[in-house]
Design a binder for this molecule. Structure first.
Ligand SMILES: C[S@@+](CC[C@H](N)C(=O)[O-])C[C@H]1O[C@@H](n2cnc3c(N)ncnc32)[C@H](O)[C@@H]1O
Length: 217
């Protein structure tokens, strides 16, 4: 059960954090400060809705009352998009205490923890693990995906979403986001589906993939 009062519109993709992989990853206290300043409020804007909706669609397709881990859940924007039939148990982790506390204040009955991705050890398996707008902040994105793949049930899936410029979409590029997708291509995951979603009005795009541990394409 969640309550939500929208923040004043602010569009962070016009700000310096638009391409996070060119910056060093903020510390947890820096993330806290950014949340307090409302820098991430724009994630609730309609321009952002496409990738959340695709993630929720994959969850609806592949998960049935599943146990879901939302890695770097922030203030829980994605949670509001997830269909109740997809999620039996929702677990969210994030290194920002501010974000987690806001999420917990807004939504009751969820398993939310303030911890880093690097430190977290769930002690349970999940039917779906979601990496939404986080891999490009990590020093070792592929190692992280490999480690978290071990926390999946036998039929469990990963859902990965990353913001991208058009030049990242053309594979073979040398940018960090393109490199992460290329490394995922070569990793031990079977591609269940891949979607590119664009806000034509706001000219921003994301690629979202559903992956299952197994042989690559
Ligand atoms: C771009 S925001 C995305 C938040 C959320 N996935 C969403 O779409 O609403 C990135 C999030 O990653 C969190 N984060 C960054 N590095 C982290 C780490 N090493 N461990 C845990 N959380 C981290 C930040 O606190 C922030 O909430």
């Amino acid at each position: 059960m969640c309550s939500y009062a929208p923040d004043a519109a602010c569009d962070g993709r016009n700000g310096s954090n638009i391409m996070p992989h060119v910056c060093s990853s903020p510390s947890p206290s820096e993330w806290d400060a950014q949340y307090r300043l409302g820098r991430w409020s724009y994630l609730r804007n309609v321009a952002e809705s496409g990738h959340y909706a695709v993630i929720a669609g994959y969850a609806r397709k592949y998960l049935s009352r599943g146990r879901v881990l939302d890695v770097a859940c922030g203030e829980g924007v994605l949670y509001d998009y997830l269909h109740p039939a997809s999620v039996g148990q929702y677990v969210g982790i994030d290194c920002s205490r501010t974000a987690i506390e806001r999420f917990a204040d807004r939504c009751t009955g969820l398993d939310l923890s303030c911890t880093t991705i690097e430190q977290y050890d769930p002690g349970q398996n999940f039917d779906g693990i979601i990496f939404n707008e986080i891999l490009y902040y990590l020093a070792e994105p592929i190692q992280t995906l490999l480690r978290y793949s071990r926390f999946l049930t036998e039929s469990g899936i990963l859902i990965v979403s990353m913001y991208c410029h058009e030049h990242d979409i053309a594979r073979g590029c040398s940018t960090a986001v393109g490199s992460i997708w290329q490394e995922i291509d070569g990793g031990p995951w079977a591609l269940l589906d891949e979607t590119k979603v664009s806000s034509m009005l706001h000219q921003r795009s994301w690629i979202i993939r559903a992956l299952r541990p197994g042989s690559p394409r």
